[in-house]
Write a protein that binds this ligand. Structure first.
Ligand SMILES: [Zn+2]
Length: 137
């Protein structure tokens, strides 16, 4: 489960977004929509690096673009996304836009929350290698 918490004034003044994989919008976009103008200058906490590409079937625009457009001040994400289409590019895009980014808090919890997604990405990216191994041995 991808979640986003967006703090715009204090730890208690925040909105939260949760992404369900059967829905179109990612958690970041949902939180930004709830915050509206209050997102400007906010700190955004995310358990996975924000995406920087359009999803398959053009499901959703990149969350990095939404965060940059909303003019958030800081993004804290627990882990980077191993998806080859992201893999640090989301963090780089935010930093290039002048947004402070911290990666690393709550790594274990983020891995548990994103276990299904991480497993699917890793499996998708290792299957050709496994197939080749099976052919060789
Ligand atoms: Zn996204």
């Amino acid at each position: 489960m991808l979640w986003t918490s967006l703090s715009y004034q204090s730890e208690t003044d925040c909105v939260k977004g949760f992404h369900r994989y059967d829905r179109v919008k990612h958690a970041e976009v949902l939180a930004l929509e709830q915050a509206g103008r209050l997102a400007k200058g906010a700190t955004v906490y995310i358990n996975l690096e924000p995406c920087c590409h359009r999803g398959d079937g053009k499901r959703t625009p990149p969350c990095t673009a939404a965060l940059i457009e909303a003019r958030v001040k800081r993004v804290v994400c627990c882990i980077t996304d191993p998806n080859p289409r992201v893999d640090g590019r989301g963090v780089a895009a935010l930093r290039q836009a002048g947004i402070a980014v911290t990666v690393g808090p709550r790594i274990s919890a983020a891995r548990i929350l994103n276990a299904e997604y991480l497993r699917s990405v890793i499996t998708a990216n290792t299957s050709p290698t496994l197939s080749l191994s099976q052919l060789l041995f």
